[in-house]
Write a protein that binds this ligand. Structure first.
Ligand code: FAD
Length: 433
């Protein structure tokens, strides 16, 4: 078959003899920003082949190109969560990489704006938490956050309304397409391959070691044997995970909690006495929820020079309809929160989301912190879909990043997944090696 990219380092074997056409050390499924970062990291190790596949015709066509492009500081999530740890580490790694390779970015800073006593109490606690969690580093020597009162706010941002603001100096914005292009180029420079229009259709753990992975390509089906498989399939990571078939094994050895969650005990599950001829899926399926977020553009000159966020929802379903600036200095608002059934539907329904009444209610939300915004200046722009582990109203869920016997499962990589991407890649490498 004709791969789109270079084919070096790949060992070709006869189908008849070994039941697969290609053999690799690392197979990364999904070329979003996270899969690209993982492939780049594993390819850079040298000494082993890395193949990154994506079902689409270009890398980064899904969640990675439909987000706020914010480099988060890691303020909001529970202290021991992967979201906090990987976001804090990823923030620093992201600025380093962007500076070293000239990826367009700006450490523009952000305010979280409080409107009442309970918001102010929340901001004070958030600031104390940031002091505990966010270490001062050579790059970030200043305090991780500090508070402004109403007068101080007015002097800096006269259009913003609020009783107090928490300033996050480590927050910034990045050109995510530039970042993904860099990671793609570096993966290939390190000898890795990116193959597009290549959809994984199944994953079988081989009792003899490694995984057999059938895929569909425009040239027909192909089978890859991979020593390690990394599921970084974003909105489809549940489907990819649910494809996993293990040689017959006692159901007690593998449980849903150990495989889907971050439980080290899975590493000890005995794989002795496998029947290599019989495959089964010993796990209850993983199910993601799709949570659409619409963005609203603003036709006018930007009224602020930093990112402005309201105080977020208690269960962190979203960070609230916030104001971000892109690298061209344009204001946009969003994303809102709408659970949907279809992970492919990025359309914006102009009869509902784009309607006059919807614009009015969005502008009312924004007016709580930016009173001069008029609904007539807003327009429905684009939408992204969050791959969520938590359904509507359910409590906070952390990223799932779990390794067992050569298979690394990533699921629920929603925000702050872009910020965390380089740290996730570092973490995956540590799990495997
Ligand atoms: C509205 C919104 C705003 C956000 N804002 C921010 C932000 O400001 N800052 C931040 O840090 N994070 C943000 N995020 C989160 C961030 O965008 C994601 O965490 C990140 O992009 C996830 O990247 P990914 O590579 O895991 O997934 P994706 O970008 O979804 O990539 C997964 C890839 O897997 C491929 N794939 C799926 N199934 C298969 C298969 N069977 N075979 C082959 N390929 C397959 C898909 O084609 C896709 O390209 C936001 C997310 C949303 C939705």
């Amino acid at each position: 078959m004709a791969w789109k990219t270079r084919q070096r380092k790949r060992q070709l074997s006869s189908i008849a003899a070994v039941d697969y056409e290609y053999e690799v050390d690392h197979l990364v499924i999904g070329a979003g920003v996270v899969g690209l970062a993982i492939a780049e990291r594993l390819a850079a190790r040298g000494g082993g082949s890395t193949l990154l596949v994506d079902k689409n015709a270009a890398a980064g066509q899904e969640t990675s190109s439909r987000n706020s492009e914010v480099i988060h500081a890691g303020l909001y999530y529970p202290p021991d969560s992967l979201k906090t740890k990987l976001c804090v580490r990823g923030n620093e790694m992201m600025y380093d990489l962007c500076e070293r390779y000239n990826v367009n970015h700006q450490q523009i800073t952000k305010w979280v704006v409080g409107q009442n006593e309970s918001d102010i109490e929340y901001l004070e606690n958030l600031s104390k938490k940031a002091d505990r969690l966010l270490p001062r580093t050579k790059r970030m020597p200043g305090p991780p956050t500090y508070l402004l009162n109403q007068e101080e706010m007015r002097a800096l941002e006269p259009f913003v309304k609020g009783r107090a603001a928490l300033v996050s100096p480590r927050t910034g914005i990045v050109d995510v397409h530039g970042l993904m292009q860099l990671l793609e180029a570096r993966t290939q420079d390190h000898g890795g391959d990116l193959v597009l229009q290549c959809e994984v259709k199944g994953i079988q753990k081989l009792a003899s070691g490694g995984f057999k992975v059938p895929m569909d390509t425009p040239a027909g089906p192909v089978v890859v044997k991979a020593a390690t498989v990394i599921n970084s399939a974003g909105l489809h990571s549940d489907k990819v995970y649910n494809m996993l078939q293990w040689p017959s094994v006692s159901p007690k050895a593998i449980t849903a909690d150990t495989m889907a969650g971050d439980d080290a005990s899975m590493k000890d599950a005995s794989l002795a006495n496998l029947d290599p001829t019989h495959f089964e899926s010993p796990l209850p399926p993983l199910k993601l929820h799709y949570c659409k977020g619409h963005y609203y553009g603003y036709s006018g000159k930007a009224l602020v020079s930093r990112l402005i966020y309201p105080v977020p929802d208690k269960n962190l379903t979203s960070l609230g309809t916030h104001l971000t600036l892109d690298l061209a200095g344009r204001m946009r608002f969003g994303p809102d929160v709408l659970y949907v059934d279809d992970p492919h539907d990025y359309s914006i329904d102009l009869s509902t989301v784009g309607s006059k009444s919807s614009m009015k209610s969005v502008s009312q939300v924004i007016q709580t912190y930016l009173p001069s915004i008029k609904s007539s200046s807003l327009y429905a722009d684009y939408a992204g879909i969050r791959p969520k582990l938590a359904g509507p109203g359910e409590p906070f869920r952390d990223f799932i990043i779990h390794h067992h016997d050569g298979f690394v499962n990533l699921a629920g990589i929603e925000s702050p997944g872009l910020t965390s991407s380089l740290a996730i890649a570092e973490h995956v490498e540590t799990l495997l090696y």
